[in-house]
Design a protein around this ligand. Structure first.
Ligand code: APR
Ligand code: ZN
Length: 273
């Protein structure tokens, strides 16, 4: 078993060294070893709510206070976490490819900003970012790193306790028009932004090696990229601690934690090329 895996890793590394346009798709699993809970695993609950039930426009219009408490909690949590060896291996591989005049791009479904912090530059955050807000009225969008994001959320958002609802006028508001702002995140039932979809489409066209890391491959459109590329006979490597709907079409399935496998798959200081 070990030798098969070692052989496959060497094969992948040979493909990588010949690739001209690498595309990496990441999901929550890549941040698991940084201590950020995944969505569908054991960490997928906050208070009594499923995370996937809070990340919806309906939940926000029902209770902006509850949804802001949840996002405030996630912002503060992520602030205490660091990019792990998987994020770093990806950032270093990008730098190496760029130096060689080759393409290397990352699409992430994660909103935690850890790829940015690891130094990845060619990054598409297709579901947005925890540290960006968008006005519900005028649409003004900006980065916001304040901690807490507003005074009324200070010491709120604990997964254990409920507090009274915060008045809408005390929730984060727009610098331009004073209306309520929301996290600049693509929620369930919402469309990915057009400019983001265009960028992704371009990368899918150009890609000659696809690496899928730590995603359950059930949320579209990202879940469909592997099958689009497999139909074009583009080699696909998946890194995950479980099998997913993408496993059967992947050329390689590397079974294990991303922070352990990605340095082996991507780092340039293993002398086998
Ligand atoms: N290394 C590699 N893979 C891991 C690790 C790890 N250390 N830990 C967990 N995983 C895998 C799990 O096996 C699972 O397949 O990561 C995947 C995490 O899946 P999800 O929690 O479903 O996260 P993701 O695929 O990113 O979800 C997609 O759904 O909730 C929405 O918008 C949200 O962006 C999110 C989207
Ligand atoms: Zn506004």
């Amino acid at each position: 078993m070990a030798s098969t895996t070692t052989g496959k890793i060497a094969e992948f590394r040979r493909l990588l060294s010949r690739a001209h346009s690498v595309l990496v798709l990441t999901g929550a699993g890549i941040s698991a070893e940084s201590g950020v809970p995944t969505f569908r695993g054991a960490g997928g609950l906050w208070r009594q709510f499923r995370v996937t039930d809070l990340a919806t426009p309906a939940a926000f219009s029902r209770s902006p206070s509850l949804v802001w408490e949840f996002y405030h909690y996630r912002r503060e949590l992520v602030r205490t976490k660091q990019p792990n060896k998987a994020h770093i291996a990806i950032a270093q591989a990008e730098a190496k490819f760029e130096k060689q005049g080759k393409r290397f791009n990352v699409i992430t479904q994660n909103v935690d900003g850890l790829h940015r912090r690891a130094g990845t530059k060619n990054l598409i955050e297709m579901h947005g970012n925890l540290f960006m807000t968008r006005c519900t009225s005028c649409g003004f969008t900006e980065e916001n790193n304040s901690s807490p994001i507003c005074e009324s959320l200070r010491n709120r958002g604990s997964p254990a306790e409920n507090g009274p609802d915060i008045n809408e006028k005390d929730l984060p508001c727009c610098r331009k028009c004073k209306s309520l702002v929301r996290p600049h995140i693509v929620w369930f039932g919402e469309q990915i932004w057009d400019d983001v979809l265009e960028k992704i489409e371009k990368e899918i066209q150009l890609c000659d090696l696809f690496l899928v890391v730590g995603t359950s491959s059930v949320v579209y459109p990202a879940a469909g990229y592997a099958s689009i590329l497999s139909q074009k006979n583009i080699p696909i490597a998946e890194v995950n601690i479980e099998t997913t709907p993408s496993t059967s079409i992947a050329t390689y399935h590397f079974h294990g934690p991303a922070a352990q496998l990605l340095p082996q798959l991507l780092s340039s200081n293993i002398d086998d090329e």
